[in-house]
Design a protein around this ligand. Structure first.
Ligand SMILES: [Zn+2]
Ligand SMILES: [Zn+2]
Length: 140
């Protein structure tokens, strides 16, 4: 008997040709349907959009793609020439490869933190400019 760990929840289960236990397989069917429905309404949506709007994480959607399930449905762009906009690596769909997506997400987080810092600095800078202006005005 072939026993494996479920790819999704890690539980040990009897292998029957899928990498998921029965429970997770059912859940994935639901997730898959959600992704499929979303793509039917929004053809050509990026992975990011699908993930944000369905609440299903990118890794799961990516797995659907890798398993050929979404491509088989012809919903996500079938074009094999699609490459990552960032590094040019060939990808099945969307705009960025997984690595770049992760980088972009990190950069977004950092940018948000920088913006917060800038806001504080800008507050100070405005005071300085204001002071400079009033000196100029005094000279006139
Ligand atoms: Zn499982
Ligand atoms: Zn990339």
């Amino acid at each position: 008997m072939d026993v494996r760990n479920c790819k999704r929840c890690g539980k040990v289960f009897t292998y029957r040709g899928m990498n998921l236990c029965n429970e997770c397989f059912e859940k994935e069917q639901v997730d898959f349907q959600k992704v499929k429905d979303y793509l039917e309404e929004n053809p050509g949506a990026t992975l990011m959009e699908v993930s944000l709007n369905t609440g299903i994480d990118l890794r799961t959607i990516n797995r659907f793609l890798r398993e050929g399930r979404l491509e088989a449905e012809g919903v996500i762009l079938n074009d094999s020439d699609i490459t990552c906009e960032q590094c040019g690596k060939p990808i099945g769909s969307g705009r960025y490869c997984e690595d770049c997506l992760r980088k972009i997400q990190n950069e977004l987080k950092e940018a948000a933190a920088r913006l917060e810092k800038n806001k504080q600095l800008e507050g100070r800078r405005q005071i300085r400019i204001h002071t400079y202006d009033s000196i100029q005005n005094d000279d006139d």
